[in-house]
Design a protein around this ligand. Structure first.
Ligand SMILES: Nc1nc2c(ncn2[C@@H]2O[C@H](COP(=O)(O)OP(=O)(O)OP(=O)(O)O)[C@@H](O)[C@H]2O)c(=O)[nH]1
Ligand SMILES: [Mg+2]
Length: 256
């Protein structure tokens, strides 16, 4: 079970709508060291990281058990900034929220822009504002869950912070990790940023409506994905036009 007494610094009611604001920034946070500061010793850095990830895994297991008890399937959407996670979720909700009760958690360093885009009648949305943190972790998700009404919810969509590196290391307790690669990023990203692809259950190649104009080499991208993420199911679609969406929606329905 996630911590039943969430340590929220602030949960503000939405400014007109169903969005809950969950600010997990620590008021005692120290700003990042200025460039030129000496790096801490390598060994100590590795130790800290291992302990941090162990603690995250423990909390992720609690989230997973919590969600399973309630019959909620959770998907964690990860990608570089601007690959189209929010637009994908907007279009997905337009159909799926009419079939099953959905809830959304969305993480960003600042602003509730995405949460406001994702508001739909009957869909609770919580915006997790991370401050300087470049990924969601399992305790942030536990706090977001505690802020949402979850009665009857069957599908939880989590939009992670836009970042192709750090979110790969943090299990949130999700059932499926969905990695987006947009045509605007180039075909080589699966080879340059392997962990987020090797850990994906599915990869969505987004923005195929502009692929030709960009000179996106589809065959090369698919070959790179097959090499970096042979385990992943691959979807090619456009969150803008809806092309390729039928197969994606069928995948989601099969998970429920
Ligand atoms: N042409 C085209 N544009 C798209 C598509 N999907 C998203 N976009 C555009 O790409 C831009 C970024 O989309 P978002 O959905 O905000 O991307 P995001 O991954 O949520 O971004 P962050 O939350 O900042 O990481 C917006 O201008 C979208 O309209 C697509 O399939 N085709
Ligand atoms: Mg977004």
């Amino acid at each position: 079970m996630p911590d039943p007494t969430p340590r929220l610094h602030s949960v503000r009611p939405p400014s007109g709508g169903r969005v809950v604001l969950v600010d997990v920034r620590d008021p005692g946070d120290v700003p990042p060291a200025p460039p030129g500061d000496p790096l801490p010793g390598t060994v100590r850095t590795v130790d800290l990281r291992v302990r941090l990830l162990d603690e995250n895994d423990r909390r992720a297991a609690e989230n997973r058990a919590f969600l399973q008890q309630r019959g909620i399937r959770a998907l964690n959407f990860v990608s570089s900034p601007g690959a189209g996670k929010t637009l994908l979720l907007e279009r997905t909700l337009d159909t799926i929220a009419g079939e099953v009760r959905c809830a959304v958690l969305v993480g960003d360093l600042e602003t509730d822009n995405d949460a406001r885009r994702l508001r739909r009648e009957g869909v609770p949305v919580a915006q997790i504002t991370t401050g300087g943190t470049c990924h969601l972790d399992a305790s942030m998700v536990a706090r977001g869950l505690a802020a949402l009404p979850l009665e009857g919810v069957r599908l939880l969509l989590v939009e992670n912070v836009g970042n192709l590196v750090c979110p790969a290391s943090f299990d949130l307790g999700e059932n499926r990790r969905i990695t987006l690669l947009s045509c605007t990023e180039g075909e080589d990203k699966p080879l340059k940023y392997p962990p987020i692809f090797t850990s994906a259950h599915a990869v969505i190649v987004n923005k195929i409506d502009v692929a030709a104009a960009l000179g996106f080499d589809r065959a090369a991208a698919l070959a790179n994905l097959r090499r970096a993420a042979p385990q992943a199911e691959i979807f090619e679609l456009s969150a803008r036009t809806g092309e390729g969406f039928d197969r994606w929606l069928a995948y989601l329905r099969a998970l429920l």
